[in-house]
Design a protein around this ligand. Sequence first.
Ligand code: TXA
Ligand code: MG
Length: 312
Amino acid sequence: MIITNSSDAAQLLRQGKLVAIPTETVYGLAANAFNSNAVAEIFAAKNRPFFDPLIVHTHSMEAIGTIAQSIPQQAYDLFTAFAPGPITVVLPKADSIPDIVTAGLPTVGVRIPNHPITLELLSELDFPLAAPSANPFGYVSPTTAIHVEQQLGAKIAAILDGGACQVGLESTIIGFENDKPVIYRLGGLSIEAIERVVGRVELSINQSSNPTAPGQLKSHYAPSVKLYIQGTEADLDYSTCAYIGFDTLHPAIPQANQLLLSPTGNLTEAAQKLFAALRTLETMGVTTAIAAVFPNEGLGLAINDRLKRASA
Ligand code: TXA
Ligand code: MG
């Protein structure tokens, strides 16, 4: 059921139900983060393994006090600079957050999403929302309410429609190890922007399923289409192949099979359109596709990361 009123969503969430919520990055599948039964339903609906921890969402820095034990100065500086926005900060977990949310870790990912309806929803509630991306496990994240409806509509109480996501890539995840900032996932906030606030960061981008160092798993976004990163394809018949490009058409692939994410060469626009384009591939009647290598700067790093996972 698609709804548009945050109070209706709040009512369902208070009853322990699952509601998909819009954010600026991707749609999330939300439940009361203090209610372990409700959170267990998230894992069931997504078919997600319990070792993969969830991000907890709230509306203000003050409210982080109910989620995390403490906020180190660098985390405070990051929230001040970028929240609400596409960043998740890993902090020591408060006792009020059940272990199922964090997969037993002593830390919790905290995020203040930048979407007006969801900020309103969060401020109506007296609990934060645990929310992974609202896709079946292993699939590409949804950036519209329809994407959620198509895959999870039958399993959840409602989808709060907030339009198409403006950023289109999941949040950048950052934590601290011995007081040094470490990036665990590339995402919708660039490394360059983060380094302007906390200085040099280390990248620790895992692909593991090790519960002590959660990483992102390879995505099988479109089982019917085999994706290659441009340059790694060998002996493909270009005439039956699709292309996801940045601003320049592929010389050998039929133009009707090509999706250019930003004809003007804008990485922000390309990020916004990436996940919808991966979904479109499945409807194009092709069995193979090639994705361009995007510029390795700004959001281009996260775009290349997602394409690499999707091609794995
Ligand atoms: O933009 C986003 O972050 C979206 C929206 C809905 O907020 N959420 C999202 O959640 O992408 P999800 O579950 O698809 O990805 C969350 C990832 C986990 O797979 C895990 O790698 C990492 O966040 N994570 C969560 N808690 C963590 C922790 N305590 N330490 C390290 N990584 C953590
Ligand atoms: Mg996800």
